[in-house]
Design a protein around this ligand. Sequence first.
Ligand code: F6P
Length: 541
Amino acid sequence: MQHPRCDQSPAWALLQAQYQSSGAAFDLRQAFAEEGSRFERWSFEAPELFVDLSKNRIDAPTLALLLQLARDCGLESQREALFKGEPINHTEGRAVLHTALRAPAGGAPYSDEVQGSLERMLAFAESVRADAGITDVVHIGIGGSDLGPAMVVQALQPYTDAHRRLHFVSNVDGHDLAPVLQGLDARRTLFVIASKTFTTQETLANAEAAKAWFLAQGGTDIARHFVATSSNTAAAQAFGIHTSFGFWDWVGGRYSLWSVIGLPIAIAIGAAAFRELLAGAHAMDRHFAETPQERNVPVLLGLLDLWYRNFHGFTSRSVAPYHQGLRRLPAYLQQLEMESNGKGVDREGQVLPYGTSPVVWGEAGTNGQHAYFQMLHQGTDVIPVEFIAVKTPQHGAHVQGELAERLRDQHQKLLANCLAQSQALMQGKTVEQALHEKAPTASAALGRLTVARHRSFPGNRPSTTIVLEQLTPRSLGALIALYEHRVFVSGALWGINSFDQWGVELGKALCSSLLPRLASGDTQGLDGSTAGLLTKLRSGG
Ligand code: F6P
């Protein structure tokens, strides 16, 4: 079914008018002064998390228009098509059914296959966990076959078994694999080769290198020490791997951590906790599928994304998880959002007259505060920030006594920092306020007004805060699914295919043709820069 693109909706022009009349001049400080219950009005509950949208440049008339836009674009029927397994990834002729991977038995398409595959993968994970002979698991994969598992294993560290180390290798750069192999014992190591296609250059190169290392170390039992997770199990077999966990083409790479690609997660946290991760994501699926749009958190976030990108013209969004375990979340979200929605044509191939995916970037707090937050506060661009706060820490059973007390106290510092940043971004500081402050480090030669200008902040900078009670498998599952659906919402309104990734193909093809040239030195037909650089980079060149 054809759905109108956002700019073809009557609400689009109304939103443009809304932006001109009040959106551009929207002031958060004024909004809080005028709307006493703004926090209550603009904060929402979703499974496992609480989302405060009140520090965003949004009001009731704007939201009403955005919801109208969503109706005009058939968001609900697009969502239905997703859950039903219609081939919405039309350029690859595929359904998009990551939601089926976390549905309970009988609750979604392909249920029998999904449950069978899950059981088999979890049974294998448990057998590895029970095998005292395996002390190290090296997971080799890239993109969606790396970022999700690596991020989740890191985030759920308190749930992992301290006796087994998980390593993730993704880059074709040997500086990734080499330090991981150092100190490993081939007889005690399991390699998981993860590649949906089993054709990805980086993964195959690392897998070959790992196999060669394994054999050189005297390793003999490849069948016991190498397994694959792939939708191309025939290629895995041809590679020499006999234990493979397969999955289906309707699982997109960046949506695959819920499938057998999650094997390292299951090895790290166990079958029961893996099921909790799935359950958290499923709860968010239900929220997305069933909650009225005006309280539907992924819908609200997706609408806000469109409002900021296409009307305010903000080109970037920063993610600041105030939890060290979530430090890889921004990298994970970069693939999820930018590979999904970094598109320039609509579903019919027409060039889009408006912007799509923002740049998504960030770093764990408080570290980011001491790096780029300067720019967020005083730079010339407005960059909405997304704070993620976790109320209760889990420092681990080994943390006891005075250390436990100290770390609990540090957690209060962490939370205070998180609150302070969103407060500062919104409040700002006027030149007038700065004039009344002492500036101990300023040179005496500078006028007071000059110093005050340097020390003032524009404020009115928007942010969202997501609060989790605790970072558990369940809450993390819900958080990830929230982001998946939010990306779906903005992509659906932009009228794009969020599920293909043709943009990575050209570079891959050119790489294949440049690789032999690096050996031969042949620069014929290359542009001057590429030819010059190739010559410079050749060994002996
Ligand atoms: O970067 C392109 C891409 O196809 C991603 O979408 C995917 O997650 C990644 O490469 C890895 O692909 P595969 O799992 O097939 O090795």
